[in-house]
Design a protein around this ligand. Structure first.
Ligand code: KIV
Length: 271
């Protein structure tokens, strides 16, 4: 039985079960009700209302200008379109600076229809993860190339290539799971490092530019559909519309490719 085969709404505990049974998790970003319906029908397990909306919907150069109101608005729209998939709302820049601020935003997201919230980084965010989980709000962590760190990183750059950075990433991955996160997104990380982290992780990992060794994959919807958003497409992006022939076909091709392990291949991964 696949996660997809169950028609009722997926729940957070089913993610660990899928991993234990070796079933790949399929995640995509989405920002509105109509696309959410299409993703749900195609069997996407997790829908991320990502702060990427700042770049692909609002036309900004980074995710930094996104507001809590924006994510709450788009989460409510997605929740009206998708019944089965788990909806994950992304904390915008600054909204998770303290556990209390994060909790106030997370309550809005859950009330808009999210079943989980996502935050970038470890360090002081570990306290926030614990704070939210203790208050019954499931958390997805996000490590590696964290787009909200663009000012410090000096651009959107692959992370974990040097030994010390790889060691730091391994430690952070263990720490977010220890703090209570249920899921971990690894972005822009060499494939071998992401596979090592996945093997050592107590929680499922979802890769984006992190190779095929993760427990699942995520892409930004606009990238999967080959839409020109005005931003450079990273190496890991694949235009599934070219092979799928239609929007529904493209999303189904992506779902099948992630489930079978065909995506990402070496040409869509970093070494
Ligand atoms: O905001 C987003 O879409 C994300 C994904 C790229 C993982 O964080």
């Amino acid at each position: 039985m696949s996660v997809h085969a169950e028609q009722s709404a997926l729940s957070v505990p089913q993610l660990a079960r899928a991993r234990a049974e070796g079933r790949k998790l399929v995640m995509l970003t989405c920002y509105d009700a109509s696309f959410a319906r299409v993703l749900d029908a195609a069997g996407v397990d997790l829908i991320l209302i990502g702060d990427s909306l700042g770049m692909v919907v609002q036309g900004h150069d980074s995710t930094l200008p996104v507001q809590v109101e924006d994510v709450a608005y788009h989460t409510a729209a997605v929740a009206r379109g998708a019944r089965r998939a788990i909806k994950i709302a992304d904390f915008p820049f600054g909204s998770d600076a303290t556990p209390e601020q994060a909790h106030a935003a997370a309550v809005r997201f859950v009330q808009a229809g999210a079943a989980m919230v996502k935050l970038e980084g470890a360090g002081h965010k570990l306290e926030t993860i614990r704070f939210l989980v203790e208050r019954e709000i499931p958390v997805c962590a996000h490590l590696g190339l964290t787009p909200q760190s663009v000012l410090r990183m000096g651009g959107f750059k692959v992370q974990g290539r040097e030994q010390s950075a790889a060691d730091q990433l391994r430690a952070s991955a263990l720490a977010v799971a220890e703090a209570g996160a249920s899921l971990l997104v690894l972005e822009g990380v060499p494939a071998t490092l992401a596979a090592e982290i996945t093997a050592a992780s107590a929680i499922p990992t979802i890769g984006i530019g992190a190779g095929a060794g993760c427990d699942g994959q995520v892409l930004v919807l606009h990238d999967l559909l080959g839409i020109d958003t005005g931003h450079r497409k990273p190496k890991f992006v694949k235009d599934f519309l070219a092979e799928g022939g239609s929007i529904t076909g493209a999303i189904s091709s992506y779902v099948d490719a992630v489930r079978s392990g065909a995506f990402p291949d070496a040409t869509h991964s970093y070494s």
